[in-house]
Design a protein around this ligand. Sequence first.
Ligand code: SAH
Ligand code: TYD
Length: 407
Amino acid sequence: MAQCRICNADYTEFINFGSMPIANGFLLPQDYESEYFFEMRVGFCENCFMVQLIEQPEREQMFHEDYAFFSSLSKGQQAHFKIFAEKLLGEYLLSDSSFAVEIGSNDGIMLQHIAQAGVTHLGVEPSENVARAAREKGVNTTSQFFDEDFAAKVIEQYGHADTISSANVICHIPYMHSVLAGVKMLLKPTGVFIFEDPYLGDIINKTSYDQIYDEHVFYFSVSSVANMLASHGLALFDIEHLEVHGGSMRYFIAKAGSREISPRVKAQLHLEKELGLEKIETYEKLRANIEKSKDDLRALLEKIKIDQGRPVIAYGATSKSTTVLNYCDLGPELIDFISDTTPIKQGKFSPGMHIPVKPPEELYKAEPKFLLLFAWNHAREIMAKEADFKNKGGQWLCYVPEVGILP
Ligand code: SAH
Ligand code: TYD
């Protein structure tokens, strides 16, 4: 039994994905021998309802000067964060002395708009290469990991914050109590902490188990978030369900008692109870669905690639795909290569299974009949961009929410 990072209770493992590499650890053959693996097991805490990885690699193994994920490569995400920045500017950053902090600001996809509006801001981004890209856009960025000690230094240098925001980062940080203590200390009395992460309800509904990988140590629900805030004098006052990353939840948090709580919070807590997010049986069912998805995907690829001898190329070398490839044991014998627009991934090989990653030009040259959609969360953007492939009779293979050919 492991101990819950939030409430210290013993909690129950419900799935073991086996040996996993670093999800964003794209590598060259000379590095295969020293490639790092850990056992990826997931558990559910029946006391505070948190779903979490049992073991997570050290943060420096995942976030460093060669971090492979650049937020701004997706046009959809650019639009998403522009709208979010406008919300911050229009509702919370209204005075001349306003100060905005972002935790995990990556290449400045969101903060660039805050910077352009002339508002004092600070991006906290430990991965130096993406932090540099943000600075080049005029975003004030420090290459640090956010925690309580760091929050104290921010207060010394800049004072307290009106907004602390974070997207797809809070679920990455195992030392949650230090983060929440830092947030509480850094916020002005009227300040807000707004974060968004992939939503557990969507992961369960869609069997999108590929959201589970080393970086994501927590899989949040409204009930588990409300529970983890309680001991810090912080309160969840509103939520917003988002389409991004296959279904995310945005959490609006303030010092307890400082804001009215929206009825949406209570309604979602009720819905989560009905969905069974507070029961271990739900996670046992999820495990069964994941195992079926694995069998179905292998069978589909074996039919096309081995029985019919037709090439399969994958689209998007996502972190998520590292879980699918390694868990389903899909290697170069089933997938010819992965096409990806990220320069730092191109010419390298996928973590663990060592499938080549190539630029999209190679995909167009190959004129494939089958594309396996790894970046399924960007489906709308990709379908529009790749309409030609479909028009010429190409077929998209997908595994979320079910294994099959996209209609
Ligand atoms: N916010 C962006 C990037 C998400 S990727 C987006 O939504 O697209 C996660 C980012 O969090 C990475 O850039 C990583 O370097 C950063 N990160 C990880 N741990 C962190 C921590 N403790 N403090 C601040 N940033 C962190
Ligand atoms: P994403 O799904 O955003 O993230 P994660 O790594 O968190 O699973 O990653 C999208 C990947 O897909 C990224 O490497 C860029 C690539 N990509 C393309 O190759 N073409 C595209 O049109 C888009 C939108 C993304």
